[in-house]
Structures are given as structure tokens and as C-alpha cells.
Design a protein around this ligand. Structure first.
Ligand SMILES: *[C@@H]1O[C@H](CO)[C@@H](O)[C@H](O)[C@H]1NC(C)=O
Ligand SMILES: *[C@@H]1O[C@H](CO)[C@@H](O)[C@H](O)[C@H]1NC(C)=O
Length: 476
């Protein structure tokens, strides 16, 4: 079945792969340097130990739009680490697992494999961790919604990298620990399982028909997964009730989704929330990862007129991801000299650059990353370099500084629009004693990802109707 945004699906590629950009920007199109408030960033690393959750006016609803409150992981989990350095290392570990899972998802789509789950013995197989080591717990941003009738309030992870909405359901064959009691479908009058011939069941990537009812499965590629019945339920968003939302009722779930009951998908697929709400647009603002204040996800409210606008592209092989039309990156006012094809989706469905709420650090093809880093280092020779930290190879000791000037990093979109990143979105503290790192990382994959560190404090709007993405800085 073709959803309402089928017409958006297309693949972009350029015939001339070997062209290299080598222009200097026209003067005043972007500032060459940006101020970083070092003292303020360090102060915030110390505040993370005293978080408490703000629950003022959780959700609201106006006739034209649905709004959900958005909370950072840190604000929900509170002080789970003894110091900021171990918090950073855990985040980066989780981030590597996240990127692996997105890459696995894309590889599956490119191979056009649609393996069906068929027997219980195969379900045993998927319990083997795909990546060794304990799962750190997926999910960086959370919201609270009501499920069923009568509505039961639960925490759900919100994720642009996923389509299928699901929550843990009793009876549990296997459930991870969650904060609230596990949802019991038999106590909800609006719970209805879906049969196998429904459009919702056909939209699943992994499904099985058991006794004429639709079974779903989602694997996150980092060892976590959920399996259960695909059903329709009533979702309560503030004062608004939305009936018949397709939701997976997971009876076998693995992975520590940090106490959340489940996940709401914000991806581009037919089963994701934007599509199910018939939203022609949605936007979110990711509050600072080191902040306990809340922000919102809004459906149907368009993108701000003052937003920096870029093309929103779709890859017909995997409709979950939101691809950004990116023409280039500048550092300190100089365009990086990188192949023009660096951010294009190729004929096989590989390449391109997606924007993701669940990935922390922006990943760039190694050649692009090296060029960005070298240009950045050239502009920071006055700062004291120190050894790398985890995935970061460009770090500085800024303990003695109150503010510094760093080269401006800016994204350039086709048509000339420019998004200059705030310095705190790419020079980030990794401990509480003044070590800061350049928060970009290389990837061996051809797929690049704009991560949430680079999106902090920016309202990111997805105009699905007009295939545009808008960035409004300082609009949380
Ligand atoms: C399938 O449905 C039949 C008839 O309703 C029932 O007897 C049987 O137990 C069901 N099997 C499973 C695996 O649920
Ligand atoms: C979305 O559109 C479909 C088809 O027109 C309709 O059945 C459904 O009720 C709509 N959902 C919402 C939340 O408006």
C-alpha cells in the first residue's frame, strides 16, 4: 500500500561524481569564527547530578496540531553516573551501537530482504545478542502518552530512526524492567488485534501470520528487539484521543529502553506516528542533552517562516530515514574541498546524509571528516591539544579559559541557504575539568548522519507535504 507521501520518494544522484568543490565563500555569507562559552559548558556538566523531571503541562492540543512534551534521557534517568566523564563514555558507547543499528537497517533494505519470522525456534535465534556486551539502553528523548481506554499514561521513547510504534504487553514471555506497570490489553476496551490482510500488517518489514492475526517483529541491530501482536489502540495526546493507531503489543522484548514502556516511531514510513496522524508536517526541538528542561514535538504546525530551509529527500529503498539535501560544509568560512557526491544517495540506495534524533554525534565519510578536522585544527592552533577521547580525535584542554573563539562550522544547502552551528553544538565537554572535543566522527559507511549534538537547541521541522526541512536556531 502506498502512503500519502509516496510522491516524495525519489533518489537523487549526480552524474559527475569526480567534481571537487574549491571555492571560497563570498564574504559575509557566514562568520568565520564563533564564540564558545567554556565556563558555561563546564558549569552545565556539574548540574547533571541534580536533575529532576519537570512535569508541568505535559501535553496540549489545538485543533490543527498535536503537541507532545519531549524530555532528554538525562532528565528522566537523573544521576546514573558518578561523573561527567563516565556519562560521556556511556553516551558514546550507546551512540556507536545506535549507528551500527541504523547501518544494519539500511543494509537490510538495500538487500531487499524481507525474511519472515515463522516459528518459535526462530524467535530463540534472535535472542542471541547481535553485538556482544550489555545493551546500554536505547533512546535519547522521551515523551508521555496515554494508551488504551481507559487511558494509561506511560513513557515512550521518540525516535526518527524507527517506524513501528510498540509497547510492552502482558502476558510477557520476556519483558525488560519498566517504570510503570506493563500494559494489559485485556483491560482496554479499545484494543483490537489486526488481521494479516490489513494495510498496516502489509506495511511491516518483518511479519508473520499466526491464526489469522498479524505478528510483528522489530530488531534494532544492537541486540534489542520486540515481538508481538500488531493491534490498533487509542492514543491520548494531551486532551486529544486518536483512535485506531497501529501499535505493536510486544510480548517478547529485549533491550533496556531506560524504563520506558515502548517507542513511538517518528520515521517516514506508513506505520510511524506522523503518517498515522495524517500530519503534513511535524517538528521537534531537542533540548540540551545536559538540561532537565522539556521541549515539544508538534504535529501539523508547519515550519517556521524564519527557518533555514533545506530539501527533504527520500530514499525509495528505505522510507524510514529523512535525507537532507546538503551541498557542502564550511569551516572558518572555507568550503571543504570534498567530492560533490559526498552527500548524494547513489543508485544502490547507499550514501546520502540523514538527520536522526537518536544518533548523538554527526558521522561523516572519512574523507569528509578528515577535511573538516584538518580545517578546524588549522583555526585552533592557539589552543592546547590533548589526547583523543573515545571516538573523538581532536580534543583540547580549555580549563584555563572562560570563552574561546573557534572556526564556524556551517552546513550549506542547495540554493545557498546556510546553517551556522552554535559552537557548543560541536565543541563539547567530555569531563567536568575542561577537556573539550570536536564532536564529529568519521564513518566507513557511505551513509552520513546529522546527529542530535549538532541539533541541540534547534527546532527541526519536517514539511512532508512540500519536501522541505527547516532549521530554526534558538527556537526551543
Ligand atoms: C488458533 O485459533 C484456534 C481457534 O480459535 C485455537 O483453538 C488455537 O488455540 C489458536 N492457536 C494459537 C497458537 O493461538
Ligand atoms: C487519517 O486519514 C485516514 C484516511 O482518510 C482516516 O481514516 C483516519 O481517521 C485519519 N486519522 C487521523 C488521526 O486523522
Amino acid at each position: 500500500m502506498c502512503s500519502h507521501h509516496c510522491f516524495l520518494l525519489f533518489i537523487f544522484f549526480l552524474a559527475s561524481h569526480s567534481l571537487v568543490t574549491s571555492r571560497t565563500l563570498p564574504k559575509n555569507s557566514v562568520t568565520t569564527s564563533t564564540i564558545l562559552d567554556v565556563a558555561d559548558s563546564i558549569r552545565k556538566t556539574k548540574d547533571t547530578s541534580s536533575f529532576h523531571l519537570n512535569q508541568q503541562d505535559e501535553q496540549s492540543h489545538s485543533p490543527s496540531s498535536f503537541t507532545l512534551q519531549l524530555h532528554s534521557r538525562a532528565s528522566i534517568r537523573g544521576n546514573e553516573h558518578s561523573d561527567y566523564n563516565s556519562l560521556t563514555l556511556a553516551r558514546l558507547d550507546r551512540d556507536s551501537a545506535r549507528v551500527k543499528s541504523l547501518m544494519a537497517r539500511l543494509d537490510l533494505a538495500k538487500a531487499d530482504l524481507k525474511p519472515a519470522i515463522t516459528t518459535t525456534s526462530q524467535q530463540q535465534d534472535i535472542e542471541a545478542p547481535l553485538i556482544s556486551g550489555t545493551t546500554q539502553g536505547s533512546g535519547e528523548y522521551f515523551t508521555r502518552v496515554g494508551i488504551g481506554n481507559p487511558a494509561r499514561e506511560v513513557y515512550m521513547v521518540l525516535d526518527t530512526g524507527s517506524d513501528v510504534n510498540w509497547l510492552q504487553c502482558s502476558p510477557c514471555a520476556d519483558c525488560y524492567h519498566q517504570t510503570e506497570p506493563i500494559f494489559n490489553p485485556s483491560s482496554s476496551s479499545s484494543y483490537t488485534t489486526l488481521s494479516c490482510d490489513t494495510p498496516q500488517c502489509n506495511s511491516l518489514e518483518l511479519s508473520e501470520c499466526r491464526n489469522a492475526t498479524c505478528l510483528y517483529e522489530v530488531n534494532y541491530g544492537d541486540g534489542s528487539y520486540t515481538v508481538g501482536d500488531l493491534a490498533t489502540e487509542t492514543l491520548t495526546i494531551g486532551s486529544a484521543s486518536v483512535a485506531n493507531v497501529a501499535v505493536g503489543c510486544g510480548h517478547s522484548n529485549k533491550g533496556l529502553f531506560v524504563g520506558a514502556a515502548g517507542l513511538l516511531g517518528l520515521g517516514g514510513g506508513a506505520l510511524a506516528l506522523p503518517s498515522q496522524l495524517n500530519a503534513t508536517s511535524f517538528s521537534y526541538c531537542l533540548v540540551d542533552r545536559d538540561s532537565d528542561s522539556a521541549s515539544t514535538v508538534e504535529f501539523g504546525s508547519g515550519i517556521s517562516p524564519d527557518a533555514v530551509v533545506a530539501p527533504l529527500l527520500r530514499n525509495r529503498r528505505v522510507d524510514t530515514f529523512y535525507y537532507v539535501g546538503l551541498a557542502g560544509i564550511s569551516v572558518g568560512g572555507e568550503m571543504l574541498r570534498i567530492p560533490m557526491s559526498s552527500f548524494e544517495v547513489d543508485e544502490t540506495g547507499g550514501g546520502g546524509i540523514i538527520i536522526d534524533s537518536g544518533t548523538a554525534v554527526t558521522r561523516l565519510q572519512t574523507e569528509v571528516y578528515d577535511s573538516l578536522r584538518d580545517e578546524f585544527v588549522k583555526g585552533t592552533t592557539d589552543l592546547e591539544r590533548v589526547g583523543g577521547v573515545a571516538m573523538f580525535d581532536t580534543c583540547y584542554d580549555l580549563a584555563a579559559k572562560a570563552t574561546i573563539e573557534v572556526p564556524t562550522v556551517a552546513f550549506h544547502f542547495p540554493g545557498g541557504n546556510v546553517l551556522a552551528l552554535p559552537a557548543k553544538n560541536y565543541m563539547i565537554p567530555v569531563d567536568s575539568v575542561g577537556t573539550f572535543c570536536l564532536a564529529f566522527a568519521p564513518t566507513a559507511s557511505s551513509l552520513s548522519i546529522i546527529g542530535n549534538v549538532q541539533q541541540q537547541g534547534t527546532r527541526v521541522g519536517f514539511d512532508l507535504e512540500n519536501s522541505r526541512i527547516g532549521f530554526s536556531t534558538n527556537k526551543c
